[in-house]
Design a protein around this ligand. Structure first.
Ligand SMILES: NC(=O)c1ccc[n+]([C@@H]2O[C@H](COP(=O)([O-])OP(=O)(O)OC[C@H]3O[C@@H](n4cnc5c(N)ncnc54)[C@H](OP(=O)(O)O)[C@@H]3O)[C@@H](O)[C@H]2O)c1
Length: 269
């Protein structure tokens, strides 16, 4: 990661209480930036803040907020008014479990679109716009998923929403890198996080079936090392990502859908 003063003084981590987001928070705090951590839950959020303050001696502010709730723009305006945010990680966004598109209420799908499309879009516009207006540098990392490299059954909305994040970051990187604003999409593969464990994934069974999960700290570290260098960073490695994307689209959708079914131990069709 570039030195702290580049995007400082404060980093905003959306979904910073646990998993990959918590690891981003740790590693950014270790570089000396103060933090604003956002999540829905009070307990893990407060313990993350306490432990990070103790370990790194930085200021950590916590905000309890559901990023899919109404009033997102006003929320962001409030955060920007109160804190000098130069660096943002938009991490929250997992789908919890799998299932048929028509077997879940429409609200589940629109929620995922809100979390993974409207959310990053709104933060990017407001935060980066505010920095550019003041001729200040900025960094933005959006966490996407390998599910976003093609359409995928059983997680159809999630895959589509994660594809949006990749394309958004590619475009923003192209537009803004000449203006001191670095945008990166961090595309995670299967990663061992509390949210995934709660949603029913057995990482032991997954590993036995050939799906080995990455460590959340490793994902955060890899992404931070690529900010300012690339538009997209694939946690699984560029070569693996390229090989997957070179497959005929239908074949890739078949493989990704089968992987989702295997991970959650449901029937593929
Ligand atoms: N884990 C994987 O295998 C994997 C694979 C590929 C991509 N990814 C991507 O990696 C990112 C992190 O995934 P994750 O597995 O750690 O689970 P996650 O649920 O996306 O992220 C966990 C963090 O986000 C917060 N959060 C979740 N929903 C929120 C909401 N609606 N509003 C505010 N905060 C919210 C959680 O705290 P609260 O629950 O307290 O709100 C927690 O701090 C996601 O974007 C996901 O798509 C994960």
């Amino acid at each position: 990661m570039p030195n702290a003063s580049k995007y400082g003084p404060v980093a905003l981590i959306l979904g910073g209480s646990e998993g990959i987001g918590r690891q981003f928070a740790e590693q950014i705090a270790a570089k000396g930036l103060d933090l604003v951590l956002v999540a829905r839950g009070g307990g893990p959020l407060e313990s993350a803040a306490r432990e990070i303050r103790l370990a790194h001696g930085v200021n950590v502010v916590t905000l309890t907020r559901d990023l899919t709730a109404a009033g997102l723009e006003e929320f962001i305006d409030g955060v920007l008014g109160a804190h000098d945010i130069g660096f943002t990680v938009y991490n929250a966004g997992a789908t919890h479990g799998v299932g048929g598109f028509l077997d879940a209420p429409l609200a589940k799908a629109t929620n995922l679109v809100q979390l993974n499309c409207t959310g990053p879009l709104t933060f990017a516009h407001k935060l980066l716009g505010a920095r550019r207006a003041r001729k200040r540098r900025a960094g933005l990392i959006v966490v996407s998923s390998m599910s976003g490299v093609c359409g995928s059954g059983l997680v159809a909305t999630y895959a589509a929403a994660k594809a949006f994040e990749i394309a958004l970051c590619e475009g923003l990187h192209w537009e803004l890198s000449g203006e001191g604003i670095d945008v990166l999409c961090a595309v995670a593969g299967l990663t061992d996080t509390p949210a995934m464990r709660r949603s029913g994934v057995s990482f032991t069974a997954a590993a036995a079936a050939g799906y080995v999960a990455m460590d959340a700290a490793e994902v955060a570290r890899g992404a931070l090392s690529q900010l300012g260098k690339a538009a997209v960073w694939y946690a699984v490695g560029q070569q693996t990502a390229d090989a997957m994307r070179a497959l005929p689209r239908g074949q890739l959708t078949e493989a990704m859908s089968a992987a989702s079914a295997a991970l959650f131990q449901v029937r593929a069709r």
